[in-house]
Design a protein around this ligand. Structure first.
Ligand code: C2E
Ligand code: MG
Ligand code: MG
Length: 695
């Protein structure tokens, strides 16, 4: 019933033993029966007459319709032909029964297109089982008369008959369980599992056999009538199976659904715990599924999901489970992983399988997929936790466009570690433990100071000075970023007020995320803060970054417009990375574009690739934007940027970010302050201060 793999003959294990025993003893018995029938019983075949003929026909018909025990259990089912094989056993004894059974098994295996070695295993296996049933009858002293056939069922036979079924069933399952080693299961586990699955169906079919005997003894013409109740059993079983299947499978792709996935994962976790193995769970999400649905229609969406299902299946091993959890969300279970590298390799294979464009409604579509991975036992030991953590990893992969991410507690908004950080950050805000450093921006042509960017830091008692990258993204996801922005805006403008009071008319740049522009009434806050410090709008620049994907930038655009009308300019930060792209540039009313330092870095080597930087400068100028290069670390980069016509540079080559007083000294050394500029009070938009940075 359970499919054994062909055993390696070198391994003289339980498996190999079972295999050899079944095949040789069984085949031997069948051959002996054939010989016996030829020699001794040959003449009596005539006596069996039409009954033998009809039973053979029933066996053949019965083989075409196995009664299946369970849709979740790998199974050939229990064929209806057993009812007739057992009838033959009771009527004429082991020899004709074995021959009928061999016919049945060969037919079944051929119908299932099984390999010849499987056929011989099954013939042997069932022959041994039937011999066991016969043994019970012999022990009970029940004999049959092959020449005449006789119905021997009377009250005292009943127990023996049922016992003969039990003997058949137990020997059969014991032999099959011996081959379970190849599936990594112990003999006893497989045996108990199979008893659980098959006993009812097997007994339901065998219970028909006495009726076949009684009818055949009275008048064989009635025997075919038994097909009706048998067909009823078959129909009920197959309906139940169909319903069970529907409840556990996705109708569109025919993949296991969430419930079956959870069941399979639980089984794998139990096995893995026992054997000290690892399990990996992947969650897959198609990045552009909604777009396909909206533009090409739902039938194209369905078609896409079907192809995705097939491609994912083709990228994993047969033992791995691929499921559709709903919508465009798929899950993969690797029941046996040794290290994370192997799992990441499988994930990469899945991405490669989906990388090829999909042809939908005659249109070629690219669909990217984000995969989140969680491992058991490292990330959790239960189904729910593992799936949730793979989900968190998947969102990180999606948000950061990295494709594949392994779960990392530090990036999980729900992990205790993260919650601890959020609490600590909230406390830091309450107690004023955040501070600002300032990094100047200078004009490439003459070194004139064009502004200074305020960069936040968190001074933590235990961790020292924490860089923004370690807490700003977390703050963005938890909404704390609004409080940070309020603080930064207040502190940066206080610093600017001090500078402007000293005649250093240097605009201060503050970083705001798209989240800020969407959810806070930022324009009002900015105006209020500028008024309070009596600063002109030119004293402030907003640097906009989009580190989390914002679906609808409408509100952000409105805020920036309002501020631009008031004279507060904005700049698009980190251009070329993440979501800070052409699309955003087209939508946002910005005056300035900052080339991300990852591109600028390429200018640090002699002969490095400067094509990106050159083209960004070219097209930004075409749009009338000022271009700032960030992360300028070397003189080589500085010179190239100057050659390419970049306007402004910022980076360690000019100055590192400095605390307020130090930044003030730096500025005072470079900006020549005229007496007129040194007068305190509200400022008019100042001429660019003069400066002395070497160029
Ligand atoms: P950013 O706005 O692109 O800021 C520039 C970052 O590049 C700063 O890192 C700065 O120290 C670093 N940097 C400057 N010159 C060089 C250089 O020559 N080489 C290299 N390798 N790096 C250089 P920092 O201060 O760690 O800030 C990182 C990011 O954190 C910022 O990137 C910004 O996106 C975010 N951030 C900083 N302050 C704030 C803030 O107040 N609010 C918000 N929302 N985000 C902030
Ligand atoms: Mg910035
Ligand atoms: Mg930047």
């Amino acid at each position: 019933m359970v499919a054994p793999e062909r055993p390696s003959l070198a391994r003289w294990s339980m498996f190999a033993l079972t295999w050899h025993l079944s095949v040789w003893v069984g085949l031997g018995a069948v051959a002996a029966c054939l010989v016996l029938l030829m020699l001794a019983a040959g003449p009596s075949i005539a006596g069996m007459g039409p009954t033998l003929f009809i039973l053979t026909a029933m066996v053949v018909l019965g083989e075409l319709r196995p009664v299946v025990a369970s849709s979740t259990h790998e199974s050939d089912g229990v064929p209806m032909s057993w009812a007739f094989v057992f009838a033959a056993l009771y009527l004429w004894g082991i020899v004709p029964a074995l021959l009928l059974q061999t016919l049945a098994v060969v037919l079944q295996q051929v119908l299932l297109q099984r390999a010849p070695w499987r056929v011989s295993f099954n013939v042997g296996q069932y022959a041994l089982s039937l011999l066991a049933a016969w043994g019970v009858l012999v022990a009970a002293g029940v004999s049959t008369d092959m020449a005449t056939g006789r119905a021997f069922f009377n009250a005292q036979d009943l127990g023996w008959v049922v016992l003969s079924w039990a003997a058949f069933h137990v020997v059969n399952l014991a032999l099959v369980a011996g081959t379970a080693e190849s599936d990594g299961q112990s003999w006893w586990e497989a045996f108990v599992e199979d008893i659980w699955y098959y006993t009812f169906s097997m007994f339901a079919v065998l219970a028909i056999s006495p009726f076949v005997v009684v009818m055949a003894a009275e008048s064989w013409q009635f025997v075919p009538l038994l097909l009706l109740p048998l067909f009823g059993v078959y129909k009920t079983a197959s309906l139940a199976r169909q319903q069970e299947r529907q409840a556990l499978h996705d109708a569109l792709t025919d993949l296991p659904n969430r419930a079956l996935f959870a069941q399979r994962l639980q089984e794998s976790l139990d096995l893995a715990e026992r054997d000290g193995k690892g399990v990996a769970v992947f969650l897959l999400d198609l990045d552009r599924f909604k777009e396909v649905n909206d533009t090409l229609g739902h039938s194209a969406g369905d078609q896409l999901l079907e192809v995705v299902a097939r491609r994912v299946l083709s990228a994993v091993r047969p033992a791995d489970v691929v499921a559709r959890l709903g919508g465009d969300e798929f899950a993969v279970l690797l029941p046996d992983v040794t290290d994370s590298g192997a799992a990441i390799e499988v994930a990469a294979r899945i991405r490669a399988a989906l990388a090829e464009p999909f042809r939908l409604e005659g249109v070629l579509m690219d669909v990217d997929v984000s995969i989140g991975i969680a491992f058991a036992p490292a990330h959790g030991r239960d189904v729910e936790l593992l799936v949730r953590r793979a989900d968190v990893a998947m969102y990180v992969a999606k948000g950061e466009q990295t494709g594949i991410e392994v779960y990392d507690a530090a990036r999980d908004p729900n992990s205790p570690q993260r919650l601890g950080t959020v609490t600590a950050l909230r406390e830091a805000l309450d107690r004023g433990h955040l501070e600002l450093h300032y990094q100047p921006k200078v004009r490439l042509s003459d070194g004139a100071v064009m502004g200074a960017e305020a960069l936040v830091r968190w001074r933590d008692r235990k961790r020292g000075l924490v860089p923004p990258e370690e807490f700003v993204p977390l703050a963005e996801r938890t909404g704390l970023v609004h409080r940070i922005t309020r603080y930064v805006l207040g502190a940066a403008l206080a610093q600017a007020a001090d500078w402007w009071a000293r005649g250093l008319q240097v605009p201060v740049a503050v970083n705001v995320s798209m989240r800020d522009l969407q959810e806070v009434d930022l324009a009002e806050l900015v105006v209020e803060q500028l008024d309070r410090r009596m600063l002109p709008a030119e004293a402030l620049v907003l640097e906009v970054t989009e580190s989390v994907l914002v679906q609808d930038p409408g509100q952000a655009v409105a805020t920036l417009r309002e501020l631009a009308e008031l004279g507060v300019q904005s700049s698009l930060d980190d251009f070329g990375t993440g979501y800070s792209s052409l699309l955003l540039l087209e939508q946002l009313p910005v005056r300035e574009l900052k080339i991300d330092r990852s591109f600028v870095r390429r200018l640090d080597d002699v002969g490095g690739d400067d094509s990106m930087v050159r083209s960004i400068i070219g097209f930004a100028h075409g749009l009338g934007l000022t271009v700032v290069a960030e992360g300028v670390e070397t003189t080589l980069a500085w010179q190239q940027l100057r050659t390419h016509g970049c306007d402004i540079a910022q980076g360690f080559r000019v100055a590192v970010p400095m605390p307020g007083p130090q930044a003030t000294r730096w500025l005072l050394e470079r900006v020549v302050v005229t007496p007129e500029q040194a007068t305190p009070g509200p400022r008019r938009p100042g001429a660019a201060p003069r400066v002395g940075v070497s160029s």
